[in-house]
Design a protein around this ligand. Structure first.
Ligand SMILES: Cc1cc2nc3c(=O)[nH]c(=O)nc-3n(C[C@H](O)[C@H](O)[C@H](O)COP(=O)(O)OP(=O)(O)OC[C@H]3O[C@@H](n4cnc5c(N)ncnc54)[C@H](O)[C@@H]3O)c2cc1C
Length: 463
């Protein structure tokens, strides 16, 4: 019987191994622990939870809640064990981390089709060689060992493997206040010097801020003007906000060439106004004058539903990002699709390399799964492990519908994107509902979740 090789016994690799074995195939699961530990791992168990013990919300109206519900429908071993080892956490699914990993390890060890080998895969074992005889899933996570990273570089090409994730927060466009925000590119939107503010305002009336304006579609930036008082209040809160403690290995490596916005702000009150928040080339459509500072949002997905805050890579804690960035006029009710991060994170350029089953386009016997593919988060990693595992075990391609969260994540990471950055589950990556726009957010999310579960139920008949 053909044996599948899974490299990495973390969240994705463990789920993948289970799904393959369940479908009657033999699996060789390589895990380097306890022979070798990454800087963030310390237990010899499989599926180790390296940080928070939360698998996020269980609610039907939450993107990660929906993802978990879909995974339950798909008989995910790891979500089943998370449910079994949960600790009280309100609407969230939090686990007893020791019990969780112990249970996953025990379960996988008890499955006859799975052979767990405690050994690092690296230079001495060539993946390309392995892939001549076997299907291989690489699920070695955000802290993939150096030796294997070199192998992956060979497989994917130098420019397709990243070691850091420095991303700015992503905002749902529908949650931006367009009484304040305006579309326009720097200099193109500015009032000409020979025109008075009044004349310019008159001309602008049905222009950039007009919902039906055609030119709006052409603008890649949304701009948020600030006056002096708003700017100074924002900077003051920013420099005093709580940040995430970095690991020692990250402190040494992370800031090269990419400075967090809060560190930049600490250099002086005006630093941001002469950097990413410079107002030059803009006119505030409410006043006809140049604002004191401007925060720019750049389109982040093809559908123009998601925008990133330009230059706002940050280490602020998530709650602090919401509190401080919501002080920016126009973002007072902003919906954060993803918070900014700056951490060590090995990931491949899946948008170029993988298809929506996590299969490497360059070698059909090789799959990737987990955080290394650019999905971000525990549950997202489990989701990709499940998809890769099912596909490896199947004679044909098993694609998940794009309107399910499992399918939307797979689609997101495999869609061509010049500025590919890791992504977690969120409603922004799912297609809009058909018909009239629903303004009540909870109702909208509930309907999107209903649609996803219905769609998965249908698709499962053919899996
Ligand atoms: C420091 C840190 C904190 C994080 N905190 C959170 C959080 O709080 N919440 C959240 O949702 N997500 C968090 N993440 C992101 C992500 O969800 C987790 O990293 C998650 O564990 C990813 O799952 P994975 O299966 O892709 O990788 P992992 O769970 O890391 O599994 C990879 C496995 O591969 C093994 N391995 C590596 N190289 C080799 C090799 N060459 N040969 C054999 N085995 C190898 C490793 O030992 C490990 O067991 C964090 C990531 C990091 C780095």
């Amino acid at each position: 019987m053909e044996e599948v090789i899974v490299i990495g016994g973390g969240l994705a690799g463990s789920e993948a191994a289970y799904q393959i074995a369940k479908r009657g195939k033999k699996v060789k699961l390589y895990e380097m622990k306890p022979e070798k530990f990454s800087p963030a791992h310390s237990s010899s168990n499989l599926a180790e939870i390296v940080c928070s013990n939360s698998f996020k919300s269980n609610l039907h109206t939450n993107a990660c809640g929906l993802l978990k519900e879909e995974l339950r429908m798909m008989d995910s071993l790891l979500i089943k064990i998370a449910d079994k080892t949960c600790v009280p956490a309100g609407q969230a699914l939090a686990v007893d981390r020791e019990e969780f990993s112990k249970n996953v390890t025990k379960e996988l060890e008890s499955i006859e089709n799975i052979n767990i080998i405690r050994q690092e895969v690296g230079e001495s074992i060539s993946i390309e060689e392995l892939a001549k005889e076997h299907k291989v899933i690489i699920a070695t996570g955000p802290l993939t060992s150096d030796k294997l990273s070199k192998e992956i570089l060979k497989l994917t090409g130098e420019s397709n493997l990243h070691f850091y994730d420095a991303a700015a927060p992503l905002i749902d466009k529908d949650s931006i206040n367009f009484d304040i925000a305006f579309y326009g590119n720097r200099y193109e939107q500015e009032r000409p010097k020979d025109e008075s503010a009044e004349e310019w305002l008159e001309k602008q009336k049905n222009h950039y801020n007009n919902e039906n304006s055609e030119c709006k579609e052409e603008q890649s930036y949304i701009n948020l003007p600030m006056n002096k008082e708003e700017y100074e209040k924002f900077v003051n809160e920013l420099v005093n906000a709580e940040v995430v403690e970095l690991h020692e290995f990250e402190k040494r490596e992370i800031f090269e060439g990419c400075m967090p916005i809060e560190i930049m702000a600490k250099r002086g009150t005006d630093t941001l106004r002469f950097g990413p928040l410079k107002p030059v080339g803009f006119t505030d459509p409410r006043t006809g004058y140049r604002p004191y500072a401007v925060v720019q949002l750049r389109q982040d997905n093809k559908e123009a539903k998601i925008y990133n805050i330009v230059g706002f890579q940050t280490n602020l804690k998530y709650g602090e990002q919401k509190r401080v960035f919501s002080l920016i006029p126009g973002l007072e009710n902003a919906e954060f699709m993803k918070y900014g991060v700056m951490h060590r994170n090995t990931f491949i350029n899946s948008s170029k390399l993988l298809d929506n089953t996590y299969n490497l386009k360059l070698n059909k016997n090789i799959y990737f799964a987990g955080q290394i593919t650019g999905v971000e988060g525990y549950v997202e990693s489990i989701s990709s492990g499940l998809v890769a595992g099912i596909n490896v075990a199947s004679e044909r391609k098993i694609e998940f519908p794009e309107n399910t969260m499992i399918g939307a994540l797979a689609k997101y990471i495999s869609t061509p994107n010049d500025k590919f950055q890791p992504m977690n589950a969120n409603y922004g990556i799912l297609p809009e509902l058909e018909g009239k726009k629903i303004s009540d957010k909870k109702l909208k999310y509930s309907k999107i979740s209903d649609r996803a579960l219905e769609s998965l139920k249908d698709a499962m008949k053919n899996f």
